[in-house]
Design a binder for this molecule. Structure first.
Ligand code: A2R
Length: 322
């Protein structure tokens, strides 16, 4: 029997291509190469392994009448039109759990770096300024006594909350629904959460429902001691409003691992010494990326062998192979 044909989009760890090639006929396309794929090839492809920065949008899906499954590399799948896949009976999977602790580690590291200006302090040392000018200035902020407001107390949010407890922080949260399995105070509005905390950890998914919800009003509610850390998606924060709030002292600082138009980062953010900027490295260790890649492979293998996905997303929970 002919092997099922799979289209690999964008970047993924080497193990993904190696393992998929043993079980499937694999085609590859990078950003900007999708348009040029022939209708003949697209009509034969039954599965997509999708990496970052190549959208699986309605236009692409409509060109793929034989598509059965989109296995997304990453827990966030806002680059895949999952609602449209659901309408067409196409299964979408993501890679939850295997990256939770890694992203929570990064989030907490980023929080500490931001509160204590650790990037700027290191730059100070490397520039020879410690020797020439004396000690680095005392930081205006401390982690001591801070209240951490978590936007999105899901898998990663909860792992961050556990770390925050160990560091002696008070934890509060906002999401669409109150959890029944935790005692952290719940706020039914994001503005309410921002008023009740001074440190906002954003770990909610991207997409239209969360676009720009951390806006000027939320930042004002956070206040002049406010610090925002974002490890969710850049689109969740109104980036121009954040830049303005940092420039005029509405909030104190920000630690950002994700941006609205990656890999482009506004020059105004780069110009601010006290802000910490990371190039979307939340899950980016070999260990964790390989585990995410393995889950992409396992989802495709399970689908074509047993007719069921391992980790389907909420929009396609009941899709079974016809
Ligand atoms: O809203 P809820 O109660 O379903 O809570 C989820 C929350 N969330 C939202 N919060 C406010 N407004 C929304 N429109 C909204 N949509 C979702 O985000 C939940 O607490 C959290 C997502 O948690 P999980 O689905 O467990 O995802 P996980 O593995 O923690 O990853 C979170 C995100 C990914 O989507 C990537 O963007 C990033 O972290 O790596």
């Amino acid at each position: 029997m002919a092997l099922a044909e799979i289209l690999m989009l964008g970047r993924a760890p080497a193990i993904v291509g190696e393992q998929l090639s043993r079980q499937f006929t694999v085609h590859r396309a990078g950003p900007g190469e999708v348009e040029a794929l022939s209708p003949d090839l697209l009509s034969r492809v039954r599965g997509i392994a999708s990496g970052a920065h190549v959208p699986v949008n309605r236009a692409l899906i409509e060109r793929m009448p034989g598509l059965e499954i989109v296995a997304n590399f990453g827990v966030g799948y806002d680059s895949v039109d999952a609602a449209f896949c659901g309408e067409r009976g196409i299964c979408v999977t993501n890679t939850p759990d295997v990256l939770t602790e890694e992203v929570a580690d990064t989030a907490f590291g980023l929080l500490l770096m931001t509160v204590r200006q650790l990037s700027a302090a290191e730059r100070y040392l490397r520039a020879g300024r410690w020797e020439a000018e004396g000690p680095y200035p005392l930081t205006p902020a401390t982690l001591r006594g801070r209240t951490l407001g978590i936007l999105g107390l899901g898998r990663i949010g909860l792992a961050i909350a556990r770390r925050a407890e160990a560091f002696g922080l008070e934890v509060r949260y906002h999401g669409r629904t109150q959890r029944t399995d935790v005692d952290y105070p719940y706020h039914d509005t994001l503005e309410g959460l921002a008023r009740a905390c001074d440190t906002l950890m954003v770990v909610a998914p991207g997409g239209e429902a969360t676009r720009g919800i951390v806006d000027r009003r939320v930042l004002e509610a956070l206040g002049p001691e406010g610090i925002v850390v974002n490890v969710g998606r850049g689109t969740v924060i109104d980036e121009p409003a954040l830049v303005a709030a940092l420039q005029d002292g509405t909030i104190l600082s920000a630690g950002l691992d994700v941006f609205e138009k990656e890999p482009k980062v506004p020059q105004a953010l780069k110009d601010m010494e006290h802000v910490v900027l990371l190039p979307h490295v939340g899950s980016a260790s070999r260990h964790t990326r390989d585990r995410m890649g393995q889950l992409v492979v396992d989802n495709l293998a399970s689908w074509f062998r047993d007719g069921r996905p391992l980790t389907p997303v909420a929009e396609t929970p009941f899709v079974a192979k016809g």
